[in-house]
Design a protein around this ligand. Structure first.
Ligand SMILES: *Cc1c(COP(=O)(O)O)cnc(C)c1O
Length: 421
């Protein structure tokens, strides 16, 4: 790439034809480049991924699977899906891959549909302890259609209580056990979950939406050898297009494929499938393994810097790309901290912490992650400074402008869509 930021294919044409909408794209690019992006579930895709997403593959209807579609003219897009499937299998060492789910939530819906009937019992992590909405929240289909039993983290260690998982599994005999989380900073022991699932004859589903990029980079243990089904998103640490995917054993392949199409989805988004193929190839490169390693080193540097300034990390630290910070000692709510950081040009999200006395709209915590800043080329030294800036922004709201100026100075040398990928 040169010095010009990447705007997308034929941005000039869009600007001429629809300046109003083109301005939205420009403003969003400015927003992404002009602030410090610490949302743990976000990243900056490569220009190659953006190019595939902005392609004419969006025009093609391709209900079905390569070689067995319900529309004519699919021979070209078939090649894109075959590449995406082959690359996903190779990247994760999986027997089977389905790359059609539109999102992580759709991937979970399909996986549940393949393994469960409405009313069946499943065991999953509670949302207020770090689980995802699709793991049985009452406001989600998962909580309405299944009998969900929830496990959580221990009060003292703030780590998953594997004894509780086993006790609940023995007591409730779930048909499916779900592991994986959206706000859990530590490694999940898939071997323990496998043992518990085997003991009660349950399927094991690992939802690694957040950590699939770290697994692809080989820097944390993979769920694939242990789980029957692995669901993930392609747009978080993995740095691909917005979407979902499912890996499974050969035994479950046909069930999973039928659950995605025709059970929960119609035509796949072939431009996104193509972009997934691009991202999987990028993730196979040695540079990506190095990226994944630096994401964790950076998260640890950030977490230490925050802890050094009185912002306690839930569970005492992180093994991954994210940290959950308990703000109760500072007497600032998560919602207020989110606002104060925004005023200083820092984007992050409020998040409930385990046993949070505050409701989800307020919370006692924030969640921070390093996939974005690492893609921008920042290292542990910069993350130490980021920790200081976040703490100042939270503690001294009156100094937001001054902190914002330091954020801008830091970003001036680390611009996404200007540096190499
Ligand atoms: C992000 C996430 C999802 C959902 O992904 P969407 O693409 O937003 O639907 C599912 N499970 C977990 C654990 C997640 O973190």
């Amino acid at each position: 790439m040169g010095e010009e930021p990447y705007y997308g294919p034929d941005f000039g044409l869009l600007r001429k034809q629809d300046p109003e909408l083109a301005q939205v794209l420009l403003d969003e690019l400015d927003r992404q480049r002009g602030g410090l992006q610490l949302v743990a579930s976000e990243n900056f895709t490569s220009p190659a991924v953006l190019a595939a997403m902005g392609s004419t593959l969006t025009n093609k209807y391709a209900e079905g699977y390569p070689g067995r579609r319900y529309y004519g003219g699919c021979e070209v897009v078939d090649r894109a899906e075959r590449l995406a499937v082959q690359r996903a299998r190779k990247l994760f060492g999986a027997e089977h891959a389905n790359v059609q789910p539109h999102s992580g939530a759709s991937a979970n819906l399909a996986a549940y549909a393949a393994l469960l009937q409405p009313g069946d019992t499943m065991l999953a992590m509670a949302l207020p302890h770090g689980g995802h909405l699709t793991h049985g929240s009452k406001v989600n289909f998962s909580g309405r259609w299944f009998n969900v039993v929830s496990y959580g983290v221990r009060r003292d260690t703030e780590l998953i209580d594997y004894d509780e998982v086993r006790d609940l599994a023995l007591r409730h005999q779930p048909k499916l056990i779900v592991c994986g989380a959206t706000a859990y900073p530590r490694l999940i022991d898939f071997t323990v979950f496998r043992g518990i699932a085997d003991e009660v004859g349950a399927w094991l589903l690992a939802d690694v939406a957040h950590t699939s990029g770290l697994m692809a980079g080989g820097v944390i243990p993979s769920a694939v050898p242990h789980a029957d089904v692995v669901t993930f998103t392609t747009h978080k640490a993995l740095r691909g297009p917005r979407g979902g995917a499912i890996l499974c054993t050969e035994e479950l392949a046909a069930k999973i494929d039928r659950a995605v199409y025709p059970f929960i989805q119609g035509g796949p988004m072939m431009h996104v499938v193509a972009a997934k193929a691009v991202a999987f190839a990028e993730a196979m490169r040695p540079e990506f393994a190095d990226y994944a390693r630096r994401v964790i080193v950076n998260a640890q540097a950030l977490t230490e810097a925050l802890a050094g300034e009185g912002m306690r990390a839930v569970s005492g630290g992180t093994d991954t790309h994210l940290a959950l910070i308990d703000l109760r000692d500072l007497d600032v709510s998560g919602a207020e901290a989110e606002r104060r950081c925004a005023a200083a040009g820092i984007t992050l999200n409020r998040n409930v912490i385990p046993y949070d006395p505050e409701p989800a709209a307020i919370t006692s915590g924030i969640r921070v992650g390093t996939p974005c800043v690492t893609t921008q080329g920042m290292g542990p030294q910069e993350l130490k400074e980021v920790g200081t800036l976040v703490t100042r922004a939270v503690r001294q709201p009156g100094r937001a402008r001054e902190i914002g100026a330091r954020v801008s100075a830091l970003l001036a040398i680390h611009q996404p869509y200007l540096s190499e990928y």
